[in-house]
Design a protein around this ligand. Structure first.
Ligand code: AMP
Ligand code: MG
Length: 518
């Protein structure tokens, strides 16, 4: 075990690529470099409020000492750290946005775990960098708690994600206009230490392509493959790598859809080249099953990043990455083919996942229609997605009458069923039962599939909202309890969180809709 403040950090990215080493934190364009040195700006009084024990064990990190908390607050930079902000670009809401970069994230260094894996350690909210543009480089407690709890929750849900190791309050206040209505208020500041094998995004590659810096583009692609895809060798390694990125991205979206996650800001600068969920902002889980739901106020009225659009947006984003890689190829044909392979790959994975959610033994050709109609029913009835699937797995054969069945699902409904909705619902239940009865696996095996695929506890926005309100008052019971429950989302030990969104949370800011202002 090593401590955050005594460990030797590596800096392979820094050593491999051109950077701006001036340490100047003024917002600016930084042509020719892939990162800029950026020392964290010290905060008043860093206090540890969150720590991920299991992750720390996995990484070989000791429980934080006083010096380690200073590291977490950005107040102590050890001699082997080389803090920098990465320069990347991206497409935001479908438009080319030019240079973006880490505006409030600072990488401290890379850490070799006891298992020999390389992980990058980053502070989010540690002050300005050359990429902060007009913003302050800070994060508020609200958004930091959301990233800390949610990235860990996603990991335990078995969704690929960056992780969060520690969370500190800074003792400084940060001004935010939460509703974008000209009423800014001071909120407590906080910093998350997030960790990942890499935070490289599609946008890192797009930036080099936009600069026509083919030498560095080639170098970054090779560096990425060498480090994170070392099994890919040979002359055609770049296209094979890209195909793997396509596959990982398809898998990621399928996992999001499985658990009902809506990212909210799927810009290409928020797309990980390792296929991880990255940059937790105005995300949400679905409560009522509405494919058109977007949690991001900035995403209205277009709903580009709505739940049901996430697969096509990922495809579009992969097109942007492919475009950036064009200079590395003689013709675009292999890239086009790889991007196009997304569709099949996604649907293939998607139906397998849906088959598991529904407890099917396999997905037969005739099941595609059944699954589509089932989803149509969910969009019409809009039950609570998570509760619905739990109740589905508990629908025993003694529930025979229509009334029995509707009552069984009562807890999942947000509204009374219209006559039409009720008929559609009962029809789907009948179809499901018939299909389940034709399974060639036992009832137990079918239930096992369902319980492994359908989480019982998700980190709902209203729960986060309550936990944050409590933390702002200095109480951490709910925060700790949620942290524990989210480590066991498929268990049955935390049924105080097995509850649909309460009525009071329906219209409340932070409970259904969120802004990017964090
Ligand atoms: P996002 O879509 O939230 O991932 O952020 C888009 C861009 O805005 C990234 O370059 C961020 O680093 C930057 N950004 C967001 N919030 C801040 C902030 N408070 N200070 C500086 N930069 C920020
Ligand atoms: Mg981002």
């Amino acid at each position: 075990m090593d401590s955050l403040s005594s460990k030797k950090y590596n800096k392979d990215f820094v050593d491999s690529f051109n950077g701006d080493h001036s340490g100047d934190l003024t917002s600016r364009q930084t042509p020719g470099v892939l990162y800029s040195k950026a020392l964290p700006t010290a905060v008043k009084n860093p206090q540890l409020i969150g720590w991920s024990d299991d992750l720390a064990d996995q990484l070989g990190v000791e429980v934080p000492s006083e010096d380690d908390v200073k590291v977490l607050g950005g107040n102590f930079v050890t001699p082997t750290m080389y803090p920098y902000a990465a320069c990347y670009a991206g497409h935001q809401f479908g438009n080319w946005a030019g240079q973006l970069g880490d505006g409030r994230a600072i990488t401290l260094g890379e850490w070799l775990t006891p298992k020999g894996e390389i992980w990058e350690f980053q502070l989010k909210g540690a002050g300005q960098t050359p990429y902060s543009r007009r913003a302050d480089g800070r994060a508020v407690l609200r958004s930091s708690v959301r990233e800390f709890l949610m990235s860990e929750a996603m990991h335990y849900l078995r969704v690929p994600t960056t992780r969060a190791l520690g969370l500190v309050t800074t003792g400084d206040m940060v001004m935010r206009d939460m509703f974008y209505n000209g009423n800014p208020q001071y909120e407590p500041g906080a910093i998350v230490m997030r960790v990942s094998p890499s935070f490289l995004r599609f946008g890192n590659f797009e930036m080099l392509a936009a600069r026509k810096d083919i030498a560095n583009l080639t170098k970054l692609v090779n560096w990425t493959i060498d480090r994170y895809y070392p099994h890919i060798t040979g002359e055609d390694r770049v296209i094979r790598w890209f195909k793997e990125v396509v596959e990982k991205t398809a898998q990621l979206i399928v996992e999001w859809l499985r658990v009902g996650f809506v990212h909210g800001v799927m810009n290409t600068d928020n797309m990980s080249v390792l296929g991880l969920t990255i940059d937790y902002g105005p995300y949400s889980f679905l409560d009522n099953y509405d494919p058109e739901f977007t949690p991001n106020t900035t995403d209205l009225p277009g709903r580009r990043y709505a739940f049901g659009n996430q697969s096509s947006v990922a495809y579009w984003n992969l097109g942007c990455l492919a475009n950036a890689l064009v200079p590395l190829f003689e013709t675009t044909a292999p890239l086009v083919e790889a991007v196009e392979s997304y569709q099949n790959m996604f649907w293939q994975k998607y139906y397998v996942m849906m088959g598991n959610k529904l407890g099917l033994d396999e997905v037969r050709d005739s099941d595609l229609n059944f699954i589509n109609q089932f989803e149509q029913m969910l969009s019409t009835v809009e039950p609570d997605m998570t509760i619905f699937y739990q109740l589905l797995s508990e629908l025993t054969s003694d529930k025979i009458t229509d009334e029995d069945i509707v009552i069984h699902f009562k807890e999942a409904f947000y509204k009374d069923l219209s006559l039409d909705a009720r008929a559609i619902f009962l029809q789907s239940m009948k179809a499901w039962r018939e299909r389940i009865n034709s399974n060639r696996i036992s009832k137990e095996e079918s239930l096992k599939k369902m319980s492994e695929t359908n989480p019982r506890y998700i980190l709902r926005n209203y729960l986060l909202h309550k936990a944050i309100e409590e933390l702002e008052r200095g109480e951490n019971q709910l925060f700790l309890r949620l942290q524990l429950a989210m480590k066991n989302p498929y268990s049955r030990n935390f049924d105080e969180f097995f509850m649909k969104r309460p009525e009071w949370a329906t219209q409340k800011a932070g409970c259904s809709m969120l802004s990017c202002s964090s």
